[in-house]
Ligand binder design. Structure first.
Ligand code: B12
Length: 355
């Protein structure tokens, strides 16, 4: 990781609130019509957005990854467009960020940030304003569509029945996890991003899927034990926990003893749990790009712990976007999904190479 980029990232994060104020003031100065277009709440939203843009910019800089910031700009375009904010306002906002950073940070420092912002701005027109469904062709498409339909209608019991009957009819629990649960969760995210469902819908669907996963456990946890242990967690601050729960469950399905800590676990507790359990693998998940620094802090703390021998495996959304990120943060392994995670460990055990 380039230390200069990291330093710029740290500085932007430290000064985020005052920078966001200056960016919003500048945007309203350049576009006074925003006040009447978006009303009094609009300015507060603009301020929040500026803080958010800066968090992603800071983290992308810390990882020396323009791709992470570009992915964020692409996401923001859809999010804003479907809420009536045109891409031209986003472009203007990014230009204000560039201008304010140039004014507020020393020359060389702001030049690093400028490169990232300009790369995002340049690609903005080519990014789509809408996203196609994620329940596309692939295994169990019809099942996934039916499951999602039931959840969106608030039919949790029927959704559970559909899944349990499918397993009884021969669909493997692993297929249910990857092709039904994972796919519908991501589709729910897309629908929320596109302003087609509410936060309440998303919460209901997620809670229902967690409830249905638990109902599958008697069918999953019957395998012979292999006397190997993994600890699984989401990093401090991270509220997304389904992905790492799936990873833990895939290990459990292969006879591992898993110790799943869930969301938002403080680094010291994770290290303590992995040490006490003599874990062979520690799985760490991050979904939000602005939690990458917490992943790095956790890995650093673990490596400093006397006698640490546990293999550290990472995964989650930002790791899909930047292929080398896991190495940069000091992890031993990365896998794109739960199946790849257990396959990779099995391959290592059989004497293969990590990647
Ligand atoms: C449910 C959900 C939530 C719930 C989470 C509840 C819970 N108990 O988990 C809540 C409401 C808390 C939430 C909050 C937020 N969310 Co949210 N959320 C989602 C949603 C819809 C589903 C997540 C999920 O369950 N995915 C399914 C799992 C199975 O997939 P996965 O996480 O990718 O995991 C797989 C792999 O990545 C991999 N993997 C994951 N971790 C690990 C770890 C290891 C070791 C390994 C090997 C592999 C691995 O294996 C997993 C299984 O195969 C996603 C949409 C999406 N695309 O995922 C948005 C999404 C992630 N959220 C998003 C956002 C913006 C937010 C909020 C900022 C919203 C807000 N304004 O408050 C907050 C941030 C919270 C925080 N501080 O962490 C955006 C992120 C966009 C971006 N550019 O970063 C998404 C993508 C939605 C969208 N399309 O816009 N969210």
């Amino acid at each position: 990781m380039q230390s200069s980029d990291k330093e710029v990232g740290r500085r932007i994060n430290a000064e985020r609130d005052s920078l966001a104020e200056a960016i919003t003031a500048r945007q309203y100065e350049l576009q006074p019509e925003l006040a009447s277009r978006y009303g009094p709440a609009g300015r507060e939203k603009c301020l929040q957005d500026a803080r958010y843009h800066l968090s992603y910019l800071a983290e992308a800089l810390s990882a020396s990854s323009p791709a992470l910031f570009a992915a964020y700009v692409s996401w923001a375009k859809v999010m804003l467009a479907t809420r009536g904010v045109p891409a031209s306002d986003l472009a203007q906002n990014l230009e204000c960020i560039r201008e304010v950073l140039e004014r507020s940070l020393p020359g060389e420092t702001s030049a690093r940030a400028r490169k990232f912002i300009e790369a995002g701005l340049k690609r903005l027109p080519e990014f789509p304003a809408e996203l196609p469904t994620l329940i596309d062709d692939g295994p169990h498409r019809q099942l996934a569509e039916n499951y999602l339909g039931l959840l969106l209608r608030g039919e949790r019991q029927l959704a559970a029945r559909l899944v349990l009957d499918s397993v009884d009819a021969g669909v493997s629990p692993k297929d249910i996890y990857l092709h039904v649960f994972q796919r519908t969760q991501r589709e729910i995210g897309r629908l929320w991003q596109m302003n087609k469902i509410s936060v309440a819908h998303e919460h209901y669907c997620t809670a229902s899927t967690q409830f249905i996963m638990a109902q599958l456990y008697p069918r999953i946890f019957r395998t012979e034990r292999v006397d190997r242990t993994m600890v699984a967690t989401s990093v401090a601050g991270e509220l997304h926990e389904l992905g790492i729960r799936m990873v833990a469950d895939f290990f459990e399905m292969e006879g591992w003893d898993t110790y799943y800590l869930g969301a938002n676990t403080p680094a010291a507790s994770v290290v303590q749990a992995a040490t006490e359990r003599k874990a062979e693998v520690l799985g760490i998940s991050a979904t939000m790009t602005f939690h990458l620094h917490a992943v790095e802090e956790l890995i650093t703390l673990a490596r400093k712990t006397a006698g640490w021998e546990t293999k550290i495996m990472v995964g989650g959304y930002p790791f899909h976007l930047e292929p080398d990120l896991w190495r940069q943060l000091g992890a031993d392994l990365y896998a794109a999904d739960a199946q790849q995670a257990i396959s990779l460990i099995n391959q290592l055990n059989a004497g293969g190479s990590a990647q």
